[in-house]
Design a protein around this ligand. Structure first.
Ligand code: RBF
Ligand code: MG
Length: 185
């Protein structure tokens, strides 16, 4: 694995070509699963975990790492009703960063895909249907010597994702729904 210190020392503000290149775009979707709860609690960064059976389109095409793209949450959900409800702004196509892998800092046993949507939500939304389009790669997963440096890098990832999406061939993916309005399946 690449040295975390070497990598962290120079982070480019924008990544990827001006036009998404294969294997991107990669589309993933499924009902949001409950994760370890660490994202919000330890890192101040909530993540929506995709179900294991939704990962094949990306695990077959690319490696573990941090990615950027867009996400859309649906009002359709499985399981118990949530406490609050999502409004129109929460249901739009929104920018996201995604971590794919085994979180070396935490040493998970299995690969997960966790999506952090760059938006302030009024409530959590476990069980809701989530669709994402992954448009590019930001960096490899790193092991960290402190939680603070992981938090700092996630904040950098968010800026890099926003800069990278702010190019016409990327932004156009935010102009049409990722979720088919008729039915999620
Ligand atoms: N976990 C790691 O162990 N190493 C990483 O480099 C790493 N980068 C992340 C980048 C982003 C944008 C996000 C949302 C998560 C990242 N994580 C990383 C995963 C993090 O450990 C995980 O979301 C929490 O532990 C909650 O499961
Ligand atoms: Mg999560």
């Amino acid at each position: 694995m690449i040295s975390t210190a070497t990598f962290r020392a120079s982070r480019p503000p924008i990544v990827g070509p001006d036009v998404p290149k294969p294997p991107f775009p990669i589309r993933l979707q499924g009902y949001i699963q409950r994760g370890f709860g660490r994202g919000g609690r330890d890192l101040g960064c909530h993540t929506a975990n995709l179900p294991d059976d939704a990962l094949e389109p990306i695990t077959s095409a690319t490696e573990a790492g941090i990615y950027y793209g867009y996400a859309q949450v649906s009002n359709q959900h499985q399981g118990p009703e949530q406490k609050g409800s999502l409004g129109e702004e929460d249901l739009k196509v929104l920018p996201m960063v995604m971590s794919l892998g085994r979180n070396p800092y935490y040493g998970n046993k299995k690969t997960s895909a966790e999506v952090h949507i760059i938006h302030k939500y009024p409530t959590d939304f476990y069980g809701h249907y989530l669709a994402v389009v992954v448009l590019g790669y930001i960096r490899p997963e790193l092991d960290y010597t402190s939680r603070e440096s992981l938090i700092e890098d996630i904040q950098t990832d968010i800026k890099v994702a926003l800069n990278s999406l702010d190019r016409p061939e990327y932004s156009k993916y935010s102009h049409k729904p990722l979720i088919d309005s008729s039915s999620p399946e």
